[in-house]
Design a protein around this ligand. Structure first.
Ligand SMILES: NC(=O)c1ccc[n+]([C@@H]2O[C@H](COP(=O)([O-])OP(=O)(O)OC[C@H]3O[C@@H](n4cnc5c(N)ncnc54)[C@H](OP(=O)(O)O)[C@@H]3O)[C@@H](O)[C@H]2O)c1
Length: 242
């Protein structure tokens, strides 16, 4: 799809991968709308972007999702790309019965999965009015293999992955709306600090890969180490009737 002249909403656009994507797409000549919970972080991120505005809000809360979708419709009716990037993750030791594992899982599944389904339903009517539109869901290398540190986070991203496949199939006949899935590996951000994120790739690499994928209409966007596993798994799963 075109990579300039779009109006792009990026959830979690005030830091990490979302901010790197915002910088890349802003420099390429797109209108950028960043979102996050902290107004202070949003204002500081806006200083690094051209042609950008912010909509504060917590996407894990239904009332905020409704308000944000309403603001997009009223103030930015040309929005044609939604990047669902905001995410939640907790270290969740399943061997520790005092670790509130179900509460952590609830927060993760709410932010990483349910919120995306609801926000997509709320913004779809607007996207379907555009000549060219895209939804980009940010999942993870963890959709292919969970681990003992982030078992419930991985499960929530696997749910997002499965939903994204179904969403793409739902609109497969619609040439105006495309559904992308971006699969970062370990990336050096605040989010991953607890799990050794300093050894991860820079967020700018994720942004560069997404940009190249948008240019090529490449809807599956594995990044870095995810490419190895994606190359083995996805061709097999695509053979399953769907
Ligand atoms: N970093 C990694 O290694 C890695 C690997 C694979 C996938 N991912 C995925 O990539 C995405 C971005 O991660 P990141 O590493 O860039 O994280 P990050 O550096 O912590 O940035 C997270 C961004 O999301 C915002 N945010 C968090 N919860 C939100 C909510 N409920 N509503 C609205 N905004 C919210 C944060 O701002 P506020 O705190 O102000 O809300 C911030 O702008 C996540 O979905 C994550 O699962 C990350």
């Amino acid at each position: 799809m075109k990579t300039s002249g779009n109006t792009i909403f990026i959830s979690g656009g005030s830091a990490g991968i979302g901010l790197a994507i915002a910088k890349k797409l802003s420099a390429a000549g797109n209108k950028i709308i960043i979102n996050g919970r902290s107004e202070e972080r949003l204002q500081s991120a806006l200083k690094e972007l051209d042609n950008a505005v912010a909509i504060q809000g917590d996407l894990s809360i239904k009332a905020d999702r409704i308000r944000i979708a309403g603001e997009l419709k009223t103030n930015y009716p040309k929005v044609n790309i939604i990047i669902n990037n905001a995410g939640a993750a907790f270290m969740n030791d399943l061997s520790d019965s005092n670790n509130n594992s179900a509460e952590k899982a609830y927060d993760e599944i709410n932010t990483n999965y349910i919120s995306v389904i609801d926000f997509t339903a709320l913004t779809l009517p607007l996207l379907l009015q555009q000549e060219e539109a895209a939804i980009v869901n940010v999942s993870s290398i963890a959709v292919f293999r969970s681990n003992k540190y982030l078992p419930t986070y991985s499960a929530s991203k696997a749910a997002l992955h499965s939903y994204t496949q179904g969403l793409r199939d739902t609109f497969s006949e619609n040439e105006n709306l495309n559904v992308y899935e971006l699969y970062p590996p370990l990336v050096n951000t605040e989010f991953s600090a607890e799990i050794g994120g300093a050894n991860g790739i820079p967020p700018s690499e994720v942004a560069d890969e997404l940009f190249a994928a948008l240019e090529k209409n490449q809807f599956e966007v594995p990044v870095g180490d995810t490419k190895k596993i994606h190359k083995l798994v996805v061709p097999i799963t695509e053979q399953v009737p769907h």
